[in-house]
Ligand binder design. Structure first.
Ligand code: NZQ
Ligand code: ZN
Length: 381
């Protein structure tokens, strides 16, 4: 095992913590507050942000959509450049935080912002950024990744840079009180699959990473089982912290990682508008069945340690069924057809996009080529 690990985001966790940002952003710096479609105006988050920044100079940009688009974000890039913005404050879910990362990076670049997603521009500098999280799911509030869509061409691509790693993040579970049930479920599923992407590969005897991943998975099962009693502080706190820890870099340090479910899932979202979390639930069980020979040992470990299943020759298969049952218990579909897509045409379109995006060798063994991706999709319809 070999890794270098740092997570520089200062976390302010708990109720009433939004006021902490006053000290995080120097008073002499001009702030651009970025948010989405307005949910923050219905749950008191906006007011708390404005009051925390009472002595700062700030501007705002709203309207970042779920699965944020370059087309919208470039308007904020223009503002950031023209107004000499010195700090960006993202207030929202993964889409707003990812979008803000793009704005922070593109504002320090003279070329076309999409170059960042194409890898033509490697981001070395960005406007400093902080995040106020309102939807626990992606972990974007304390990681260095972002996923941006180009609406015109239906491309949804990720980029990564330490320069866009948030300086601080506020995780106040009270902000979750207005979340629709559907988004809470999306968050559970996304955090679950993030953990799996860094755990369900092959054994490397990484006791700490495996043990912590298993704790996260068991906690997510508990939270899903308590879904009907979710209207309480501790349930919200535990989900918010689980989703953060699932993708802050820790459990993935020094271990093999997969991410094929995500890369194929992103195409489903870009082409058919399937919510991110739900795209993963469609792909993952079929992907695990397709890759069972190379994932068998970790699936068996998960079966024993997470689901409490007994040893048997069918343990890996039973683990996949248990994962599928977990999604179904949350009323989340695991087949593409449940979203009403035309089978043959959908598969062709997704494969075409994977090819265009050079997603030709996915997974921990780089063994999921377009052939395997097609097989996975065929299993998932
Ligand atoms: O726009 P507003 O009005 O805020 O409404 C949002 C949006 O409609 C709403 N919402 C958020 N907080 C709320 C709320 N509604 C009521 N009360 C609240 N407290 O929820 C809707 C969905 O929000 P969105 O930010 O799109 O959801 P999520 O956090 O699941 O983010 C999904 C995006 O993150 C990317 C996905 O691809 C997708 O684009 N990802 C980012 C990752 C990363 N940066 O590390 C990793 C992930 O795997 C993922 O790919
Ligand atoms: Zn995800």
């Amino acid at each position: 095992m070999k890794f270098t690990y740092t997570n520089p985001t200062q976390i302010h966790f708990g109720q009433g913590q939004i006021s902490s940002i006053t000290k995080n952003i120097p008073e002499d710096q001009k702030v651009l507050i970025i948010y989405g479609g307005g949910s923050i105006k219905k749950n008191g988050v906006y007011e708390q942000v404005i009051s925390a920044l009472a002595n700062h100079t700030w501007l705002e940009f709203s309207g970042v959509e779920p699965n944020p688009t370059m087309e919208t974000l470039d308007k904020a890039v223009k503002i950031a450049k023209n107004e000499n913005v010195e700090y960006i404050l993202a207030v929202g879910g993964g889409s707003v935080i990812d979008g803000s990362k793009y704005v922070a990076a593109a504002a320090c670049y003279e070329g076309d912002g999409w170059d960042i997603l194409l890898g033509k521009h490697s981001v070395k500098s960005a406007i400093p950024l902080g995040a106020i999280l309102t939807l626990p799911a992606t972990g974007s509030e304390s990681n260095s990744g972002a996923v941006i869509t180009r609406a015109e061409t239906q491309d949804k691509l990720p980029f990564f840079s330490p320069a866009v790693h948030p300086k601080f993040a506020v995780l106040d579970p009270d902000a979750m009180k207005t979340l629709p049930e559907k988004q809470l479920v999306n968050g559970i599923v996304d955090a679950w699959v993030h953990t799996c992407e860094q755990y369900l590969t092959y054994p490397t005897n990484a006791m700490i990473q495996d043990g912590y991943a298993e704790t996260l998975l068991k906690s997510l099962i508990k939270l899903a089982n308590q879904f009907n009693d979710r209207d309480n502080d501790q349930w919200r706190e535990n989900l918010m912290w689980s989703a953060n820890q699932a993708l802050n870099g820790l459990i993935g340090s020094g271990v093999p990682q997969d991410w094929a479910t995500h890369m194929i899932g992103h195409e489903l979202t870009a082409l058919y508008g399937v919510d991110h979390g739900r795209s993963l639930a469609i792909i993952q069980p079929s992907l695990l069945r397709n890759q069972i020979s190379v994932k068998r040992e970790k699936l068996e470990q998960m079966g024993r340690n997470v689901f409490g299943l007994e040893n048997s020759d069918e343990l890996a298969e039973q683990t996949i069924s248990a994962i599928e049952a977990f999604y179904h218990s949350l009323d989340v579909a695991t087949q593409l057809t449940e979203h009403g897509s035309d089978k043959a045409q959908a598969i062709d379109s997704i494969i075409k996009q994977l090819e265009a995006h050079k997603m030709l060798k996915l997974g921990e063994h780089q063994a999921i080529t377009l052939k395997e991706s097609r097989e996975i999709l065929e299993l998932a319809v």
